[in-house]
Ligand binder design. Structure first.
Ligand code: TXA
Ligand code: MG
Length: 335
């Protein structure tokens, strides 16, 4: 894509959200913080802006985007919410939950943003800067994670700059994000909601509100395709990633949790403990920054000690499994 001058805006400036919103209204690409990760925003109703967004990320256009709105009422207008989707929306919005529901029609989210599907992914983020941008803009904003396709998602403005400077119009810096992994995605189009992507809202919390368990993506319903974006390799640092390490190999860096030390850890090139106290929320918030930092040591591989799988541990395990998956050739790199 052609070179763009990337403006730096600080959330400390009270005018910044309105400036970001004005750029979005002109069809420009603006990165802003959400409570999960930084998103790269474009006007969801503007196919030209959405096409530019796909190009800036290097993302295949068959992969649909999440439309973000300031209010629950706006989201309820864009989708046709079945009763269980409505209960999840009422319980978790604003917050780190994305609901896939039938598209209700209208021009708020263009066909390209939906990748031609009859469904739409919706989210009402809680982050004050995201809220301010969305309120000032007024309409729906599509926002994938603000990273180059296939790379680690950004949890700080500097991560966005490293990947996308010169390819987008502005970065609104609101400091590090709180949750640190992307939103949980639930497909609520069928009779039983399905978990498409574990994320910031733990499965257990969703199941408590529903009063029953969620179906898993791709397991029980071959007729309905799972989330098109769920390609295996994703969130990949440059270094290889080796899971469930109980011993270190020469030259490896170590990513660990709750003080666990695989054999030979004292010889590791670098060690990051995601949460020495064993707090999974802290670990999620530090995950992507830790992968970037260990990558920057130049270690050929990152060994990952075993982590718990409950609560936010499910999202952490999912992202690490994708980081460790065999990498596609660059032309077929996802998202
Ligand atoms: O936390 C988040 O969700 C962040 C922040 C910026 O909001 N956004 C994010 O977007 O992670 P992205 O584009 O990286 O991931 C969106 C995922 C993709 O896997 C895509 O395939 C899926 O949502 N998706 C979007 N629309 C869908 C639909 N109609 N049906 C199934 N999956 C859908
Ligand atoms: Mg992404």
């Amino acid at each position: 894509p052609p070179h763009r001058r990337t403006l730096s805006l600080s959330a400390a400036d009270p005018q910044a959200p309105a400036r970001g919103a004005a750029l979005l209204a002109e069809g420009r690409l603006v990165a802003f913080p959400t409570e999960t990760v930084y998103g790269l925003g474009a006007d969801a109703a503007n196919p030209r802006a959405v096409a530019d967004l796909y190009a800036a990320k290097g993302r295949p256009a068959f992969n649909p985007l999440i439309a973000h709105t300031a209010t629950v009422a706006q989201a309820l207008d864009i989708g046709a919410f079945p009763p269980e989707a409505r209960r999840l929306a009422d319980a978790f919005w604003p917050g780190p939950l994305t609901l896939v529901v039938p598209f209700a029609g209208g021009d708020a989210v263009c066909e390209l943003a939906r990748a031609g599907l009859s469904t739409v992914a919706l989210r009402v983020p809680s982050h004050p800067v995201a809220q301010a941008v969305l309120k000032a803009f007024g309409g729906a904003v599509v926002a994938p994670s603000a990273n180059r396709s296939g790379r680690v998602s950004p949890t700080e403005a500097a991560h966005v700059g490293a990947d996308l400077s010169g390819r987008i119009d502005a970065i609104l810096d609101g400091g590090p994000t709180e949750v640190g992994v992307e939103s949980t995605i639930v497909d609520a189009t069928g009779p039983v909601p399905r978990l498409l992507r574990p994320g910031g809202v733990p499965r257990e919390a969703l199941e408590r509100v529903l009063g029953h368990t969620l179906a898993d993506a791709g397991k029980d319903d071959a007729a309905r395709p799972a989330s098109p974006g769920r390609l295996a390799s994703h969130y990949a640092p440059r270094a290889a990633v080796r899971l469930d390490a109980d011993a270190m190999a020469p030259g490896e860096a170590l990513l660990t949790f709750a003080g666990a030390r695989p054999r030979g850890a004292e010889a590791a090139r670098a060690v990051i403990d995601l949460s020495p106290s064993g707090d999974l929320a802290e670990a999620a918030s530090r995950l992507y920054g830790a992968l970037r930092a260990l990558d920057a040591t130049g270690a050929p591989a990152i060994a990952v000690a075993p982590l718990p799988r409950h609560g936010l541990g499910e999202a952490i395990a999912d992202r690490l499994a994708r980081a460790a998956a065999p990498r596609p050739a660059p032309e077929e790199t996802p998202q």
